[in-house]
Design a protein around this ligand. Sequence first.
Ligand code: SAH
Length: 246
Amino acid sequence: MDQSADASGLLEGSDIESQKERVVTEEEWLQKWEMGNIGFHKEQRHPLLQKYLDVLLNGRSGLRIFFPLCGKAVEMKWLADMGHTVVGVEVSEQAVKEFFSDHSLPYCEEPVPEISGAKMFQSTSGNISLYCCSIYDLSSSIIGKFDGVWDRGALVAVNPCDRQRYASLMINLVEKNSSYLLVTVSYDPNKHKGPPFYVPESEIKSLFGNCCEIRCLEKVDDFSERHRQWGLDYFLEVLYLLKFVA
Ligand code: SAH
């Protein structure tokens, strides 16, 4: 069947079966960083975060904002410069170190007593802390709770079999009244194996719907040459606001 009619992102059900079993190991992620195979990294601030920053902040200042699976996302520096406290988690130490060197930020590193082998890298100014470990090793007792979350390239990078675990952890990490901006991607999953993985709206609802209000804020065409090379003929970014009400 020609799926191009589903460019609105309406593919559901059996169409995502093709990605259900796919697993990308931590070792493979480390290799992507070593090989410089990081097409997901953007040098510019994400336009949807710029557009919806006020929605994330909701009139508040001095927030604690979490970046799951952060890579070296440039928005971490941007939000920290605005006076927020940023915490990220990233399995690749190379990515974490590149973040600090790309922005010429001095930092110190220390072990995380609760997690064997994990390290925490913190800017000398203290407002950016990046945990180098698997996100599944974290809990609110280690990193506290957050007023806001920027989830781009994170849920969509999680192996499909781990989504439930990821969502439960994220729910545990947010304060009541927090805002969680979630960017997913929509494309024909029969044509590309991911990551990023296609996560349909029905799944967002089943993962988070019991705990928060979910609003789709925008769907934008993000199709580029990179996606054409993957064999795709459409690629959308879909932004959701998850509102954890008191
Ligand atoms: N959010 C970033 C990076 C997206 S790519 C951005 O917008 O640029 C996904 C990142 O998650 C990669 O850098 C990968 O190394 C990291 N990662 C994958 N599995 C992880 C895990 N279990 N725990 C922490 N980081 C992980």
